[in-house]
Design a protein around this ligand. Structure first.
Ligand SMILES: C[S@@+](CC[C@H](N)C(=O)[O-])C[C@H]1O[C@@H](n2cnc3c(N)ncnc32)[C@H](O)[C@@H]1O
Length: 315
């Protein structure tokens, strides 16, 4: 396979985290509005199989003046068949023609049983873990786990299981894709499989949410890797640390009840997390003023049209 150029998309604001993840996969990645431009051998396969932060990946077929688009479309039909549906974009006189390589949203990992009240998108959960500097050798705690997205993403990462390992992607059906080469990339990315080395603990005060999280974890094959407990965050007992507390308190927009109370419960947990890192995904509504901690970093982003931020604290 020759060098490929591709584009990986993410929620606006998360681009630097996505570019960092793709660079760690061995690709040349440059953050650009809405995602990252990629270049490298097997860029499409590596991004589809290995990226937890990307929502979509497309192969760049053409980049140049707008007048070149028709010829690029004809070449795409010749190469990928009449059914190929490349997408053209023109911005500031520069045109691109790209072909969706994944076939389905990448954040749909395949384990979600039923959508909970306000589940976090898997790719945003992965972004929070990266932002929080998640180290699988250290414990992880999510004291408001809802349907379990954060601990499940953490467990899959800690277990060395790439997000695309068990999925089939559109690019695999393209003429010219070398199935053996893709199989070798899958094998390489899954070579580090192991049981997660440290405790991953997830709790919620809601019994229904917890049941759903347990079902999701079982479907993802990581039920054994996560300790679940039904408990209010204010009373949660963290495992011996320090580690990362990653949490997505109620947004107060989609589920309005008790958002401030949830943040107060989180505040009550903080004295038991001395030395830990706290990473929070939150709406841009200032609830963090309820936390008795000094913010170390903030990354604003947009989730489904809603202004949000990732927050990090060193406790
Ligand atoms: C936005 S949801 C979390 C969604 C989750 N990240 C997911 O992907 O499904 C917030 C969760 O916080 C829980 N919660 C609210 N207040 C809590 C408290 N004081 N203690 C523990 N859990 C609480 C709710 O039951 C809800 O499941």
């Amino acid at each position: 396979m020759t060098t490929e150029r591709a584009f990986a998309a993410c929620a606006p604001g998360l681009e630097p985290l996505l570019a960092g993840e793709l660079a760690a996969l061995g690709l040349r990645a440059r953050a650009t509005p809405g995602g990252a431009e990629l270049e490298g051998e097997d860029a499409v396969a590596l991004a589809c199989l290995g990226s937890r932060l990307a929502d979509a990946v497309s192969l760049r077929l053409y980049e140049g003046p707008e007048r070149g688009l028709d010829a690029a479309r004809a070449e795409a039909r010749r190469r990928y068949g009449p059914g190929a549906r490349p997408v053209a974009r023109v911005r500031g006189g520069l045109a691109t023609l790209s072909l969706d390589a994944a076939g389905a949203p990448l954040y749909k990992r395949g384990w979600r049983q039923r959508v909970g009240a306000a589940p976090l998108r898997e790719s945003v959960a992965a972004a929070l873990l990266r932002f929080g500097g998640y180290d699988p050798a250290r414990p992880l705690l999510d004291p408001m786990c809802g349907s379990g997205t954060l601990p499940i993403e953490a467990a899959l990462l800690a277990a060395g299981r790439p997000p695309g390992a068990g999925r089939a992607f559109a690019f695999e059906r393209w003429p010219g894709t070398d199935a053996r080469r893709v199989a070798a990339i899958r094998a390489r990315l899954t070579a580090g499989r192991r049981p997660p080395p440290a405790v991953i603990q997830a709790s919620d005060r809601n019994a229904g949410a917890l049941r759903l999280a347990q079902k999701n974890a079982a479907a993802a094959g990581v039920a054994e890797a996560i300790r679940f407990a039904r408990i209010d965050a204010a009373q949660a007992a963290p495992p011996p640390g320090p580690g990362l507390c990653a949490v997505n308190p109620p947004f107060g927009v989609r589920i309005d009840e008790g958002a401030a109370e949830a943040w107060k419960a989180l505040a009550a947990l903080l004295p038991r997390l001395a030395g830990w890192t706290l990473a929070v995904v939150a709406p841009d509504r200032g609830f963090e003023r309820l936390l008795p901690a000094r913010q170390a970093a903030v990354l604003p982003f947009v989730d489904g049209g809603l202004a949000c931020k990732l927050l990090r604290y060193q406790l």
